[in-house]
Design a protein around this ligand. Structure first.
Ligand SMILES: NC(=O)c1ccc[n+]([C@@H]2O[C@H](COP(=O)([O-])OP(=O)(O)OC[C@H]3O[C@@H](n4cnc5c(N)ncnc54)[C@H](O)[C@@H]3O)[C@@H](O)[C@H]2O)c1
Length: 437
């Protein structure tokens, strides 16, 4: 394939070199003459293992050359990869200057090109940028129509500096955000030989995933460092602790707990977060990440509460209020918190949880419900149907399988809020928490 690569920095140079290795014909574009000269003289403009040799080899085979002329590059390629920088503005927003300029240049070039052309944004851009900036700018400057005369894809880059060429051969995944199948197929064909999951999705999801990945990686590093600092203060070997932590592939290094939903609670997580945070304070240690987890959880409770209130109904029914399905434990259940706040605001409530039976409760939980929240036991009804028959707004508070069929039982005047997303219908836009109005 004939590919133009816009921006010969870290991402663009690796992209150009590695696609040339795969047998494609590359023309690199950069306004910086020195970078263009470097490539044309067989050198890499960036320092990165293996890349210098690749550029040297493929400028000789004629598969790589570079130019400062975007028009020539678009005319001589079927597909353009955009790898320009997207730095931060002082307020933290993205500086889209380079992306805009590229779209203008590619648009101007497409004005005089008859063949269908695909523009692939490889730079990291915030969700919505393809629709709000990239497509309208190319359309304006080309006077052509997306999907008819040209196509776009978003193909975020997951390679790490220092191992970028090796990562190109074996990336963690390839993600292609697309609008039209033709462009998506074209980009997918470039990755046929790459042994990694290939995920084709919509543009917004592709734009978002790169940010989610990077924020997650940053969070992991920050978390490990905070644990390391605390271990140091406690004279515990942090490497040993984290080695054991990482051995757990079921709950720690896994997809467990990574589905957006409602707040956490129960008798362990909040208590243990508080205790570790207190230990850190005793050692004059700041742990901003760990200290922010409970406030973040509180925001999730407030968010849920707001959603219930926004339905405008006064009769609220709750299905499931122990802290998770399959237990009768009510200690620090976030649903109990929502229920208490709704009572405080004067809402009328009926609540049901098949696992919570006052007569059968024992120990700390019995003490908790009878002494700390006796007003809540008065709201309990014996059957889910009692809630369904009476309430105007129904809230599913834990994922007891009994509640799976609730959407089918709703009357037209009722509204369901599913905090735990257990009733998400196939194909429905997956918001969290999920509301059926
Ligand atoms: N560096 C990484 O490891 C990495 C990894 C993943 C994603 N990204 C993302 O990829 C994008 C590029 O990052 P980078 O580190 O390669 O940036 P970079 O600053 O190294 O390179 C950008 C290049 O674009 C060129 N450029 C500017 N305007 C141009 C124009 N109109 N036409 C052609 N070229 C133009 C610049 O001269 C420069 O050579 C960013 O959005 C970044 O967030 C970077």
């Amino acid at each position: 394939m004939k590919i133009s690569v816009f921006g010969l920095g870290y991402v663009g140079t690796v992209c150009a070199g590695c696609f040339a290795v795969e047998g494609h014909e590359i023309v690199g574009v950069d306004p910086v003459q020195v970078k263009v000269d470097f490539i044309n003289q067989g050198h890499s403009p960036i320092i990165e293992p293996e890349i210098d040799g690749i550029i040297a080899r493929h400028t000789k085979t004629g598969r790589i050359r570079a130019t400062t002329d975007p028009l020539q590059a678009v005319m001589e390629s079927d597909l353009s990869f955009v790898c320009v920088g997207t730095p931060s503005l002082p307020n933290g927003d993205l500086d889209l200057r380079f992306i805009r300029r590229i779209c203008e240049q590619i648009g101007e070039a497409l004005r005089t090109k008859d063949a269908y052309h695909t523009v692939v944004i490889r730079s990291t851009i915030l969700p919505g940028t393809m629709h709000k900036v990239v497509i309208p700018t190319i359309e304006e400057f080309s006077a052509k129509k997306i999907g008819k005369d040209f196509g776009v894809c978003n193909n975020p880059e997951f390679l790490r500096e220092g191992t970028a060429v090796a990562d190109f051969r074996q990336p963690p995944k390839t993600v292609i955000g697309e609008m039209d199948r033709l462009s998506g197929d074209l980009v997918a064909s470039l990755y046929e030989a790459i042994p990694a999951p290939l995920i084709r999705t919509d543009l917004h999801t592709a734009e978002m995933i790169k940010y989610v990945d990077n924020c997650w990686h940053a969070l992991k590093i920050g978390f490990a460092n905070e644990i390391g600092n605390l271990c140091d203060s406690l004279e515990i070997d942090a490497q040993k602790v984290m080695d054991i932590f990482c051995e757990d592939r079921k709950l720690n290094i896994s997809s467990a707990y990574l589905r957006p939903g409602f707040a956490f609670g129960g008798s362990c997580l909040p208590k243990d977060l508080r205790a570790l945070s207190y230990q850190a304070r005793m050692h004059d240690l700041q742990l901003p990440i760990l200290n922010s987890v409970l406030p973040s959880n509180e925001m999730q409770i407030v968010r849920g509460l707001k959603q219930v209130m926004e339905t405008g109904n006064s009769r609220i029914g709750v299905l499931g209020f122990s802290f998770k399905a399959g237990t009768d434990d009510l200690r620090e259940s976030p649903m109990i918190e929502v229920i208490e706040r709704l009572i405080g605001k004067g809402y009328d409530l009926r609540i049901y949880d098949r696992n919570v039976n006052i007569a059968a409760l024992t120990g700390a939980n019995r003490e908790f419900i009878l002494n700390r929240i006796p007003h809540i036991s008065r709201l309990m009804v014996p059957e889910a149907e009692d809630v369904l028959a009476w309430a105007q707004t129904i809230v599913i508070g834990n994922s007891d399988p009994e509640f799976k069929k609730v959407p089918q039982k709703l009357r037209a005047d009722q509204c369901l809020i599913d905090f735990v997303r257990m009733t998400t219908p196939e194909g429905k836009y997956d918001r969290s928490p999920l509301t059926y109005a």
